[in-house]
Design a protein around this ligand. Structure first.
Ligand SMILES: Nc1ncnc2c1ncn2[C@@H]1O[C@H](COP(=O)(O)OP(=O)(O)O)[C@@H](O)[C@H]1O
Ligand SMILES: [Mg+2]
Length: 162
């Protein structure tokens, strides 16, 4: 299958994903461009495809277990292909104390790749993103905006486009 069409400049890529298969193609490509220590925000409404993208990313690296949004536990760990993933779903997050008590602060280090759904629910606590992926829901497809905010993010975006 061909890659989804990409357009954009240095810091932003816009992408139309026609269906879930296109999401999988993009995720496979992204999986080759991510680095330890990266923080990636996934922004979009319920059903926008945030978890689908994360699942496809892990699958592309060889993970075959279950990947489900950690809506109640807030955090799920995955170790695959020598990479350490932290998948946050902060939809139900609502207290700064919980952030400290759960030890979330320590998850953001040079090693972990942190993929965060609903980062806006923990504003001021979640470290800044290297990349944000914004999902727009269309009736049968999704539009993505991928933005780099740091040097490591820009390198990732550059690799995505080549
Ligand atoms: N590119 C796409 N085009 C159309 N439907 C998609 C696409 N990507 C994902 N979907 C569908 O949209 C839904 C997204 O659900 P999910 O990934 O759980 O959303 P979120 O985590 O953002 O709440 C799933 O039913 C999935 O099959
Ligand atoms: Mg989700």
């Amino acid at each position: 299958m061909s890659l989804p069409e990409m357009s954009g400049y240095d810091n932003v890529i816009k992408l139309a994903l026609a269906d879930e298969a296109a999401t999988e193609v993009f995720a496979a490509r992204l999986s080759a461009c991510i680095q330890p220590g990266m923080v990636i925000y996934l922004i979009g409404d319920l059903g926008a495809g945030k978890t689908t993208l994360i699942r496809a990313l892990l699958n592309a690296l060889g993970y075959s277990g279950r990947v489900k949004s950690p809506t109640y536990t807030l955090l799920e760990h995955y170790e695959i292909a020598g990479l350490h993933f932290r998948h946050f779903d902060l939809y139900r997050f609502n207290s700064a104390d919980e952030w400290e008590q759960a030890g979330f602060r320590d998850e953001f280090d040079q090693r972990n790749i942190c993929l965060i759904e609903w980062p806006e629910k923990a504003q001021g606590l979640v470290p800044a993103a290297d990349i944000t992926i914004t999902f727009e829901i269309l009736s049968n497809s999704r539009n993505l905006g991928i933005r780099a905010l740091t040097q490591i993010g820009r390198t990732c975006l550059k690799n995505l486009q080549h």
